[in-house]
Design a protein around this ligand. Sequence first.
Ligand SMILES: Nc1ncnc2c1ncn2[C@@H]1O[C@H](COP(=O)(O)OP(=O)(O)O)[C@@H](O)[C@H]1O
Ligand SMILES: [Mg+2]
Length: 177
Amino acid sequence: MEAPAAPHNPAEPAQNGVSAQITVNSPEQMRELGRRLAKLLRAGDLVLLNGELGAGKTTLTRGLGEGLGVRGAVTSPTFVIARVHPSLGDGPPLVHVDAYRLGGGLDEMEDLDLDVSLSDSVIVVEWGEGKVEELTDDRLHVVIHRAVGDTTDEVRHVTVTGLGERWVTVDLSVLAA
Ligand SMILES: Nc1ncnc2c1ncn2[C@@H]1O[C@H](COP(=O)(O)OP(=O)(O)O)[C@@H](O)[C@H]1O
Ligand SMILES: [Mg+2]
């Protein structure tokens, strides 16, 4: 991926602060959030999904895949590191990565031989924090929280934060609509 035009000090993240908080009450609403998020995304975007097992990361990605109009059902990539979903139209492919299995981080990611250019794709990484940030300074962090203890509770609190120039002018409040 291309180096950023201006270097930035990692201790001082570039213009972050674009942030949205969304309360999601069901798996279907999580999918709907993914479909709305898809409308904001374009080729080269990196989305990092964090939240414990069962939080809803894959469910959100499923909606993203629907919104992007890509081929193939988005499923948990637990037994593969990454899966490429080509666009059914002329949009970018979705690259869905499970970084939990990506022990080595970025190097391994580039070794995957995905047969697709990452800068031409929308890349969604589950459990991505601390592993793939080097891919680009511009990224969207999605953190999914659920109530601790009560595993039958379907309420999720989702925080979406845009980091870097790419997200400065994007209105994330549309996600809460
Ligand atoms: N609000 C919600 N959002 C997403 N998933 C939910 C929600 N409420 C319950 N669930 C259930 O939790 C599970 C989430 O699974 P999954 O999306 O695979 O999580 P993760 O990828 O974070 O491990 C699914 O079984 C889903 O039906
Ligand atoms: Mg998952």
